[in-house]
Design a binder for this molecule. Structure first.
Ligand SMILES: Cc1cc2nc3c(=O)[nH]c(=O)nc-3n(C[C@H](O)[C@H](O)[C@H](O)COP(=O)(O)O)c2cc1C
Length: 145
């Protein structure tokens, strides 16, 4: 069936504790079951997440994530049917931090390394996230490869 890709931006809630490794473990366990793939980029203040999979699964997961008190001010950047997955190798890849390499990748596509969710070009943002994903390991694939 169709594939849907959803992208959102949110702010970490500093008054809730956050164990990123635990969170990603939950994502990988649940998403594998749902055939959902994607990438979570966390720079310490904000999350950017791409979720791709079946329309119903992506929609239900987004609503669950949106209720999570570990983040707030969620802005839905895009949700559309797509022809293929962008992150087939990750049930949920994690890219953390904003080091020099990450900054360089942002500056390849944007005039600065700050994302303004109100005006950001989502296609360019996906280019950034794809470049960041190349640097990730190990891969945890939705089809076990
Ligand atoms: C930034 C962020 C991203 C999340 N991404 C996912 C995800 O991709 N998949 C998932 O199952 N839960 C994700 N969650 C966690 C969900 O909000 C929820 O806690 C979790 O799905 C509950 O799973 P459990 O019932 O197995 O504990 C995310 C939470 C946050 C704060």
């Amino acid at each position: 069936m169709n594939l849907t890709r959803l992208v959102y931006y949110s702010q970490r809630n500093p008054s809730e504790s956050l164990e990123v490794e635990d969170l990603i473990g939950t994502c990988q366990r649940n998403n594998a079951r749902l055939n959902v793939s994607g990438l979570l980029h966390y720079n310490g203040d904000h999350f950017l997440q791409v979720i791709e999979g079946g329309r119903v699964e992506v929609s239900a997961l987004y609503h669950r994530i949106a209720r999570d008190t570990r983040h707030s001010n969620i802005i839905l950047l895009s949700c559309q049917d797509v022809r293929e997955r962008m992150f087939p190798s990750w049930t949920m890849g994690l890219h953390q931090g904003m080091d020099d390499r990450t900054r360089q990748i942002y500056l390849r596509y944007f005039s600065s390394d700050e994302v303004n969710p109100e005006s950001v070009n989502v296609e360019s943002l996906l280019d950034v996230l794809q470049d960041l994903a190349v640097e990730l390991s190990p891969k945890i694939s939705i089809n076990g490869v």
